[in-house]
Write a protein that binds this ligand. Structure first.
Ligand code: XMP
Ligand code: MG
Length: 184
């Protein structure tokens, strides 16, 4: 494995680098099948999406646009506050557009429920939700992903874009942090 001084903080690996890349190829093929005759706009939810988004748009190989929205509901805690804030708004008009939302993890559902309503109010023609991870155990809103990479257990996960206090986003795999890291 490549060098990393982050591994020492990880209790267990949930999804390996190879598993992530293989699954993203499958998700890319599925998006191609659904959207090759459309001109969709990918909308990534910052900041957690940034690595998944980069790999997914290249796996899909669709003629498409790439856009981002910044949403926050966590404020460095490991549980959703339930109150979603826009930290960086969409810069382009999405009315009449087929939108592919790219999210790192669907957890309580508060973030994606908010975003779906927000984009429908802005006139999106269709909204397809793609999430790398799905953690159904803590769902508070009745929302499902159209495509999801992996179902994960009710543990706080980091890596491949997901952070704890803005760290671990650049880890190559998805893992669970050691409890002592939280209590530091
Ligand atoms: P909700 O609860 O609104 O969560 O569905 C969506 C956002 O919360 C972040 N999130 C996590 N980040 N490990 C993380 O690093 C987790 O286990 C986790 N659960 C939720 C994430 O940014 C997601 O966009
Ligand atoms: Mg996120």
């Amino acid at each position: 494995m490549a060098k990393s001084n982050m591994d020492q903080d990880i209790l267990k690996v949930l999804v390996t680098e190879d598993e992530i890349h293989a699954r993203i190829r499958e998700l890319g093929d599925q998006l191609y099948d659904r959207f090759h005759d459309k001109n969709p706009m990918f909308v990534g939810v910052l900041s957690g999406c940034f690595i998944f988004m980069a790999d997914l748009v290249r796996a899909a190989q669709l003629k498409s646009e790439v856009e981002f929205i910044g949403l926050s509901s966590y404020k460095n805690a490991t549980k959703s506050s339930g109150c979603v804030q826009i930290t960086r708004d969409l810069q382009r008009d999405i009315s009449g557009r087929d939108i592919i939302v790219v999210e790192d993890i669907l957890d309580s559902g508060n973030t994606l429920a908010f975003l779906k309503d927000y984009m429908l109010a802005k006139g999106a023609k269709s909204i397809t939700i793609v999430t790398l991870l799905d953690k159904p155990a803590r769902r508070e809103k009745a929302i499902t992903a159209d495509l999801s990479g992996f179902v994960v257990p009710d543990e706080f996960v980091v890596g491949y874009g997901l952070d704890y206090c803005q760290q671990y986003r650049n880890m190559l795999y998805i893992g669970v942090l050691k409890p002592e890291v939280y209590s530091k």
